[in-house]
Design a protein around this ligand. Structure first.
Ligand SMILES: [Zn+2]
Length: 296
């Protein structure tokens, strides 16, 4: 494939000074809606009023792997953003290479998608206060904001990194299913909303009446104990799960939800220890105001 962008970083510069934003794409090589965002940013439609926008293409090798795009080559690039020593691997080098650019950024938008049909949402860490305000700017494109606690049983993702100061806002956007045209549209819309939110666009057709943001918190991340997690019936993301009966089985063990919990995401599991699913609960008005008072 020769159509992919070659350099690690490509930059669009506006005519006057302003914020520096970084859009990171292909953290997972099969999440190709990032390329739609990249093409939008570097294409003729975009008229940047001020500032600069970097596009960082993080895992091109996984995207161009033999047999089609893959999530990663050796190891998940998005589990290495904690304090551990960087491995002497492709992924380790990539992180060392991109970190200086992230350090100079006023905000980072990290574009992702899902293996199956999926609702769109943004994801921020409750440890990184500034991220929440940036997630709100995306509301014209993505109205659900999920707040995640520090990861308990896996490596840190970029949006939870300890490799960058807490003052750098980092927002993940989950744009829908890998390779779908809807995910391309959402990725472009998220970028446009971010730029409009930072007042960096020459013209903006942002809707006058914006949808209301809805806030959720991750309450449970389940790693498979038996390697095969099966769900009962069709489960819609963000719809409350039943509490009087299991919604899934891990092997033969029933899994029950607590009141108000709903499915955020699920992943195919092959062996014990694989990440299987995450549950969220919608925050109450009081909880939302507490969140914002802590973070302002
Ligand atoms: Zn991803």
């Amino acid at each position: 494939m020769n159509t992919l962008p070659r350099p690690l970083v490509e930059t669009v510069v506006g005519p006057t000074p302003g914020p520096t934003l970084t859009i990171s794409i292909l953290m997972h090589g099969d999440e190709v809606c990032g390329l739609a965002a990249r093409d939008f940013l570097l294409g003729p439609e975009l008229r940047l009023k001020r500032g600069r926008v970097h596009v960082a293409t993080l895992n091109r090798e996984a995207c161009e792997a033999d047999g089609g795009p893959r999530r990663f080559v050796n190891a998940d690039l998005n589990r290495l953003w904690g304090d551990q020593e960087l491995p002497d691997s492709y992924e380790g080098k990539r992180i060392a290479e991109i970190r200086p650019l992230f350090l100079q950024s006023d905000a980072i938008l990290d574009i992702h998608s899902m293996p199956e049909d999926a609702a769109t949402f943004s994801l921020v860490s409750e440890e990184r206060p500034e991220s929440l305000a940036v997630a709100r700017l995306l509301c014209p494109a993505i109205s659900r904001i999920v707040v995640a606690p520090a990861p308990a049983n896996r490596g840190r993702a970029l949006f939870q990194t300890t490799r960058l100061p807490l003052s750098v806002p980092i927002v993940v956007v989950e744009c829908g299913k890998h390779g779908s045209s809807e995910s391309d549209v959402t990725a472009r819309a998220a970028v446009a909303a971010l730029l409009a939110g930072f007042d960096m666009l020459e013209t903006t057709d942002a809707a006058a009446s914006l949808p209301q943001s809805r806030y959720y918190r991750i309450e449970r991340e389940h790693k498979s104990e038996h390697g095969d997690v099966s769900f009962i019936g069709a489960i819609d993301q963000f719809d409350p799960l039943p509490t009087d009966r299991p919604f899934a089985f891990d092997g033969t063990n029933p899994i029950l939800a607590k009141p108000g919990q709903s499915l955020l995401l699920k992943r195919p599991t092959r062996k014990p220890g694989d990440e299987a699913f995450a549950l969220v609960r919608e925050l109450t008005a009081d909880e939302i105001s507490t969140l914002f008072s802590l973070h302002s």
